[in-house]
Design a protein around this ligand. Sequence first.
Ligand code: PGA
Length: 254
Amino acid sequence: MKSGKIIVGNWKMGPESLAEAEDLFKKIEAGVAKKSGLEVIICPSFVHLAELSKISKKKILLGAQDVFFESAGSYTGQVSLQMLKNLGVTHVIVGHSERRALGESDEMINKKVALALKEKIIPIVCIGETARDEDGQYLFAIKNQIEKALAGISRKLLPSIIIAYEPVWKIGADSPMDSSDIHQMMIFIKKAIVDFYKIKTSLAGQILPTPILYGGAVETVEAGKILREGGANGLLVGRQSLEPEAFLQIIKSA
Ligand code: PGA
């Protein structure tokens, strides 16, 4: 795995106008220092991707927030991977909890992961429990999400996949998860992938080539700690990615 950190900004449904989106993009890109290994990926709305791709100085990579799971056909309102690829998009968020809440199933997510990999677009696969319970059932739910998303995906493709662990109850919250809890989850997720692929090595956690990000109320104060103490390979940032100064500070902490 690359040693540098990965910082993803998920702009969700903002900003409302192209002018605002361009302004935000330019401010962020101007503030991003060229640092070897560090990857900054912005995922704007579909409608702003084409123009942002034109103004990008390529210090920032472009991602989409979703994609359709069929590559072509009569699908009203859907966007294909090829369309995104033609715009220079390199990453796509798959299975965000806000899309799962709208009915996206594990099967759909699996199809999207497979299609993205086939087209050489890196899927950022979101997993995470909606709530916690004392018995730890939520861990089985996370394991299940991982196994369903990666079903039929070759182990050789693990370096081309990013996993984003986002405890759903922390998305939109006031503060992120505690770094020590994040650290435990990073280990759990690595182990779940290693077990799923039956990778035989006691050092599996260190050699797993799949970066694992943390997302959920990431903000400037805690960002560095999540990366250092939480052991995350990067961050998936929602609200704070729409605030250029805050987002640049988060990037600096990487
Ligand atoms: P948040 O969103 O940073 O605003 O909590 C994170 C996400 O939904 O990816």
